[in-house]
Design a binder for this molecule. Sequence first.
Ligand code: PAN
Ligand code: ZN
Length: 190
Amino acid sequence: MADFLPFNTTCDFTTGVLNPPGNLISRYLADMQGVFHDNDAYVAMMKENPKIYEFYNVIIPEEEGHLQHCTSIVYPGKVGNEYFMTKGHYHAIPGTAEIYICFRGRGKLVMQTVKGDFKVLDMYPGSISYIPPFWAHRTINVGSEPLVFFGVYRGDAGHNYGTIEEKGFYKLVIERNNIPTIIDNPLYGR
Ligand code: PAN
Ligand code: ZN
């Protein structure tokens, strides 16, 4: 690891774009079947298949001593009354934490554990959110501009999407009377 040389990446705080871009992953609505609770709204919106979010990963070895880091951009919008959001995941090594620093926009950071704990934090420019070991995490754009944030986590943490894909999050964030509102997930476990 001592052979690995220091380097800079440049981030545009407004767009979240990294230079060099590293590994860019874009997720469109078509990549998120079964994620949003209103399937009729999902099907109707599939005519446009909008981009929901993307993230730029700096290329770092997947080893314990390193730190993965990336920027994410969640676009504004809704599927029915549910805001655009990330898929969400546990880390493949579940006992690895993460820090999110928000640069732009308004978000909700939804977190849960397999034991049943649940927590939501606000994301706003300057917020530094600590996602402790063992907490699944998803980000939701509840504003009208892109939600842009930086994340950093252990090099070998990896991603486990399967648990969330199978069961979902315990709760959802929907718009009700123009206000982001947390409700029980009617589809949890189905
Ligand atoms: C983030 C997320 C990113 C996209 O970099 O990977 O925001 O969300 P999903 O991975 O849930 O699609 C992170 O938490 N990395 O560990
Ligand atoms: Zn993560």
